[in-house]
Ligand binder design. Structure first.
Ligand code: 6PG
Length: 256
């Protein structure tokens, strides 16, 4: 795993998504071990295709190494579909992770995509506000996993509705620009109050966008993913070699 530092942002590059899963697992093993009665690692998952392989690795070789009873699982965003839908982020996480590990049902807090979107965004905002400890920016996740869209979106905040990032609410309703599908999404207020944010990005088709954001190349400010800058937490990009291909920075020494 190579480590590059760019304006205080850590960029970890691994030849494969397996290496990225190992990095995430090491964090979860260490952090979940500290959990105790009433003290949880509050983790928020994103959807899309990328996390699937990582979730399967966590449920595979790390299944018995992570203290799942000490982890509470939330979602960064969800499509407004039933939990059984193939579009559902919850359904994907359940299939690839949750049903394969010993996590108590009461530790899993899905966004109810089958409910009316505005009402669910309000319900989930209140849930997060009530369950999460306070950070300097408000309710605070310990770790929030984000993906990156080719258009520079993250969570379900797209370039066309980037204003949602600055909402005072914790969750808002957005709409996918192509499919029109409504989604419930975390806003920048919640994302940037997290203690740790990991972007998990793989594949050559993301390389230009990742480099544009990480190295602040022209046009970077217009991208929702570029607004992710934890107020007092840390930001780490977990890239495979293909997604890191366009990074200009010299390759540093290889870190352990
Ligand atoms: C979603 C995600 C979204 C995703 C990116 C990357 O609900 O779709 O939260 O932000 O992380 O679109 O998706 P891929 O991993 O499929 O490229």
């Amino acid at each position: 795993m190579e480590t590059i530092s760019n304006r205080g942002i850590q960029v970890k590059v691994s030849p494969s998504i397996g290496g990225l899963a190992d990095f995430l697992a090491a964090y979860l093993v260490k952090s979940s071990a500290k959990a105790g009665p009433g003290l949880f690692l509050n983790l928020a998952l994103s959807g899309g295709d990328t996390p699937g392989a990582v979730f399967r690795a966590l449920a595979g070789k790390y299944r018995d190494k992570i203290n799942w009873a000490g982890i509470r699982v939330f979602w960064v965003d969800e499509r407004c579909v039933p939990p059984s839908s193939g579009e559902s982020n919850y359904n994907a996480a359940r299939a690839n992770l949750l049903k394969r590990i010993n996590i108590p049902g009461e530790n899993v807090f899905r966004i109810k995509g089958e409910r009316p979107p505005l009402s669910e965004a309000a319900r989930y905002s209140a849930l997060a506000d009530g369950l999460l400890p306070r950070g300097s920016g408000g309710p605070r996740f310990d770790l929030l996993l984000l993906g990156l869209g080719e258009d520079g979106h993250t969570a379900s905040i797209f370039p066309g509705n980037i204003g949602l990032f600055g909402s005072k609410r914790l969750f808002e309703v957005s709409r996918h620009p192509e499919t029109g599908r409504k989604r419930v999404t975390a806003t920048g207020r919640l994302i940037n109050s997290a203690a740790q944010v990991f972007f998990l990005v793989t594949g050559e088709r993301k390389a230009d966008r990742a480099a544009q954001i990480i190295e602040r190349r022209p046009g970077w400010r217009a991208l929702p993913a570029a607004r992710v800058r934890p107020v007092s937490g840390s930001l780490t990009w977990l890239l495979d070699t293909a997604a890191a291909k366009k990074l200009k920075k010299p390759r540093p020494r290889r870190s352990r």
